[in-house]
Ligand binder design. Structure first.
Ligand SMILES: Cc1ncc(COP(=O)(O)O)c(C=O)c1O
Length: 398
């Protein structure tokens, strides 16, 4: 039954989100303030967006300058900042060309279109499908929610888009099925399933998957929307698996909070996007690409990847110590860099609520029984200690 609220009570904003009962009005570094002036330690980073924390000085400065120069001009003209950011991303990723858009779902939508067009034009496979994995998350547009192998995301939105098949993640069954599959044109994969419960891909499994893809000329698309731009301690998580994907999608952290997404691809694939085949009014505009450039430059100048690795190692060590102390409440600690999942015995939302209400600490869930911890990559030992102390207190009083 739909919630038929009376007209007086109806919010002018659609109820697509379950929201926590605070209104965030200001942010700086690892902290946010609510409308009542309360300060919170924010270990959500806007769901893995704020790699450099809230309103980072270096990006703010670049955007202030851009604000007085040019915001938007459309993709009918050359955009210097777009070309510069594309060059930076190709150098970092090993891909050859970039298409810019505005979000993660749109980046994955672009990757799906790229794979289909490649299959049509180059491979001459008209009826191919794309394989994705159980518990994956690739977005909320019709094609990307179809790619997302989770019933709760798809329910009520049929008919779904045709041309997708799902296989089990981290499972040899997937390798066997794929090696017999004649019509698979591409595999789309997260190196750490974020929304699905912070589940890292198994290294040996990824090697086998990559091998099958190479043997059968199946495109390998890596969805780095949540893991990309440093979240796992390397610029892209696939680097830690020795992969050289054909297509990579990024979004979240690339603009430090200014909406931007990107599809990165090897030339053999990217060449199928010719004028008129794909597009976006806002994609890669001067403002968002300036944010992207400033973000990547700050990564280099401030050695953010090294900070992420050190902070991630420290946070994980402290969490493992808490697991020893609270073995009945903490079932598992996992993740890479600063995307960390803590599997709990009780519903994780209870811990999230108590951390916020009693300790002014913000974290997320990933599924029913996983706490998802996503601090800014440049957090520090003091902030991590504060979070650990708060979690320890909550677990001690459960
Ligand atoms: C792995 C992954 N892909 C795609 C998306 C969709 O990104 P967006 O919400 O920017 O459309 C997300 C969002 O959480 C994600 O985690």
């Amino acid at each position: 039954m739909l919630n038929m609220e009376s007209a007086e009570k109806l919010s002018p904003v659609m109820s697509a989100y379950g929201r926590f009962p605070i209104t965030v009005v200001k942010g700086k570094g690892s902290y946010v303030w609510d409308s009542e002036g309360k300060k919170y330690l924010d270990f959500t980073a806007g769901i893995a967006v704020l790699a450099l924390g809230h309103v980072p000085d270096a990006v703010e400065e670049a955007l202030q300058k851009q604000l007085g120069t040019l915001w938007h001009c459309s993709n009918l003209y050359h955009i210097a900042s777009q070309e510069k950011l594309a060059a930076m991303l190709t150098e970092l990723s090993g891909c050859d060309q970039v298409f810019f858009c505005n979000s993660g779902a749109e980046a994955n939508e672009g990757a799906i279109k790229l794979a289909r067009r490649y299959a049509h034009l180059i491979q001459k496979k008209e009826q191919g499908h794309i394989v994705t994995f159980d518990h994956s998350f690739h977005g909320r547009t019709m094609a990307t929610l179809t790619a997302t192998a989770q019933e709760k995301i798809q329910k009520g939105f049929g008919p779904l888009v045709s041309g997708f098949k799902y296989l089990p993640y981290n499972s040899d069954e997937a390798i066997q099925t794929l090696s017999k599959d004649k019509d698979c044109i591409a595999v789309m994969l997260e190196m750490v399933q974020g929304e699905g419960g912070v589940i890292p891909a198994d290294e040996a499994w990824v090697k086998k998957l990559d091998q099958v893809c190479r043997e059968k000329e199946i495109l390998l698309i890596v969805d780095e929307v949540q893991t990309g731009i440093g979240r796992t301690g390397t610029m892209f998580a696939y680097e830690q698996y020795g992969l050289k994907p054909d297509v990579v999608t990024v979004a979240k952290a690339l603009g430090s909070g200014i909406p931007i997404g990107a599809v990165l691809a090897k030339k053999k694939v990217s060449q199928v996007f010719t004028p008129g085949t794909h597009g976006s009014t806002f994609g890669g505009n001067p403002f968002s690409t300036t944010a992207g450039i400033a973000t990547l430059e700050a990564f280099k100048k401030q050695n953010v990847l090294a900070q992420c690795k050190a902070n991630g190692t420290y946070l994980k060590r402290q969490l493992h110590a808490l697991k020893e102390k609270h073995p009945l409440q903490i079932k598992d600690v996992r993740g890479k860099g600063l995307i960390i999942g803590v599997e709990t015995a009780d519903p994780a939302i209870d811990t999230v609520t108590r951390l916020r209400e009693e300790h002014q600490v913000l974290v997320l869930t990933a599924g029913e029984k996983v706490l998802r911890i996503l601090p800014p990559l440049n957090t520090d030992k003091n902030e991590i200690d504060r979070f650990i102390q708060a979690l320890d207190t909550v677990l001690s009083n459960q």
